[in-house]
Design a protein around this ligand. Structure first.
Ligand code: HEM
Length: 483
């Protein structure tokens, strides 16, 4: 496979994305720290203020790290297939518009139904009346942007590879295949298919919301159906975002480590095909407490949660261990971030599987264990995969990849701040402290000191991120002056 150079226009739009994403990331971390300080009684936000911050933080984080993965795979995909910079720009413009609409609905309209905006909350307007439609239309704008972009990428892949090849099915037979599917193409395909299905579900969900909102009470939705649709959309999207990050890892980690490229084998092909199915059905674990949900779905939820984590996570972790073990590796911040990201992904994954076990969920449901596991595989997993790509691509823009082991202080702060911050969530969860409380009543007073300690760790994480931000943005800006 020949590696083709990304065009200057692709570099420019990718730079604009990276600067936008990282700016929003720092703002959203500050929101997170403010929430932890409030829960630790160190500052006083109004109750509405806490929940608008929580809603904006959650949505912004999930949104930016989903598009970060799309930016990365779009850029690297240009090595294999023709990509459309125009659609990329279209997605960037719509994403900025969508984010502005959502931030106006939360910060000015006071909309605060949480990032899950679970039915019927958005329709009980405990905020400015206009904020609900603005929020829902904002989501629609984001949905259109990412749907068009993802479909475009899929069609470009399909122009070069057949259906059988994009899912690497030819690798499942004993014969050596004539055309080999690069692992990057396989994982990007599996994730894009998932994202496209999530976004179609989002459109159905929004149509149902609008139908009820504009019906003047003559149409009512079925709450169980709405909850299933919401979690299929939101939970699955957040999970698929992680796999986009893994696609970046498969493509770049061997290259920056000076090792041969990963190859698709029968077990890699099988693992990712299984993952595609299990990830799409694992969301049922969010409905364990909904006793009207058919029992069969609950069982599917538990089994899919187990099976979703095993193939992709185990195969990827083993691939990374074999890559590093006993080999001379050229360490740089890029592969260090990938490596720490795999560790965060594994720890968060184990936390998720513990919670997805029905008997444990009876105890851990809606405690701080939930933000504990998803912050681990996001803040210390997928964020680091995407940052590794950003770091690598910023160096590419600057014309040289650094290969020395620098940035020790940044890495130390990232590790101490990041894992310390999530540890406080785990301790709170194990102590039965509930999630989404703006302040803790005396029954949950243990949560107060965990929150203050978490705010300190999160600040250390923030400083590490700010240092990485400065380096990356400095290099990205240069692209706009090149010709
Ligand atoms: C150091 C960085 C971060 C800090 C300080 C932080 C802090 C917080 C806090 C305090 C909450 C509310 C917890 C509760 O339920 O009581 C929260 C919720 C949440 N966070 Fe973070 N977070 C950080 C990074 C991230 C990242 C990287 C992501 C995703 C990529 C993320 C996604 C979310 C989501 C989805 C929620 C749930 C919001 C809701 O319940 O509506 N956060 N975060």
């Amino acid at each position: 496979m020949t590696v083709t150079m990304a065009s200057l226009s692709l570099k420019k739009v990718s730079s604009a994305w990276i600067i936008t994403i990282l700016t929003l990331f720092l703002a959203a971390i500050i929101m997170g720290i403010l929430m932890r300080l409030n829960q630790g009684n160190d500052i006083k936000l109004s109750t509405n203020g806490f929940y608008t911050t929580m809603t904006t933080h959650g949505l912004t984080m999930i949104g930016i790290w989903t598009v970060a993965g799309l930016v990365g795979i779009h850029y690297l995909m240009s090595r294999y297939v023709k990509v459309s910079t125009r659609v990329n720009v279209f997605a960037l413009v719509l994403t900025i518009i969508g984010v502005i609409m959502i931030w106006i609905s939360t910060f000015f309209g006071n909309f605060h139904a949480g990032w899950t905006f679970l039915y019927p909350l958005p329709l009980y307007t405990a905020w400015a009346k206009w904020a609900t439609p603005l929020f829902l239309f904002g989501l629609a704008v984001l949905g259109v942007a990412w749907f068009v972009w993802s479909v475009k990428m899929m069609t470009e892949i399909l122009k070069r590879y057949s259906i059988k090849q994009i899912f690497a099915w030819q690798h499942l037979s004993k014969k050596e295949p004539e055309v080999s599917t690069p692992p990057f193409i396989l994982i990007a395909t599996v994730s894009l298919v998932g994202i496209i299905l999530c976004l179609i579900t989002e459109f159905i969900l929004l149509v149902l919301f609008f139908a009820e909102y504009y019906s003047n009470g003559s149409f009512k939705n079925d709450p169980l159906l709405m909850k299933n649709l919401t979690y299929f959309f939101g939970h699955t999207l957040a999970n698929e975002a992680l796999y986009l990050g893994v696609a970046l890892l498969y493509e770049l980690l061997p290259e920056v480590s000076g090792r041969p490229k990963f190859k698709t084998t029968w077990y890699i092909a099988l693992a990712w095909n299984c993952t595609m199915v299990f990830v799409l059905t694992a969301f049922f674990h969010h409905l364990y407490m909904d006793f009207v949900q058919p029992v069969g779905f609950q069982m599917v939820g538990q089994l899919a949660s187990y099976f979703a984590s095993i193939p992709a996570a185990a195969v990827s972790a083993l691939s990374v261990i074999f890559l590093v073990y006993g080999n001379k590796i050229k360490w740089s911040l890029t592969n260090i971030l990938f490596f720490i990201g795999v560790i965060g992904w594994m720890i968060g994954g184990i936390g998720a599987v513990i919670d997805a076990t029905i008997s444990n969920n009876m105890v851990l449901h809606n405690t701080l264990w939930v933000p504990a596991h998803f912050h681990t595989y996001n803040a210390m997993g997928n964020v680091l995969f995407c940052l590794a790509f950003f770091w690598w691509v910023a160096n590419e823009f600057a014309g040289s990849q650094e290969t020395t082991k620098k940035n020790t202080a940044t890495i130390a702060m990232l590790l101490i701040g990041g894992f310390g911050f999530v540890l406080m969530f785990y301790l709170g969860g194990a102590d039965s402290v509930p999630r989404r409380f703006s302040t803790y009543p005396s029954e949950f007073s243990a949560g107060i000191s965990y929150a203050t300690t978490a705010a300190v760790f999160a600040t250390v994480y923030f400083v590490a991120m700010a240092m990485i931000f400065i380096e990356i943005v400095r290099k990205c800006i240069r692209v706009f002056y090149s010709s």
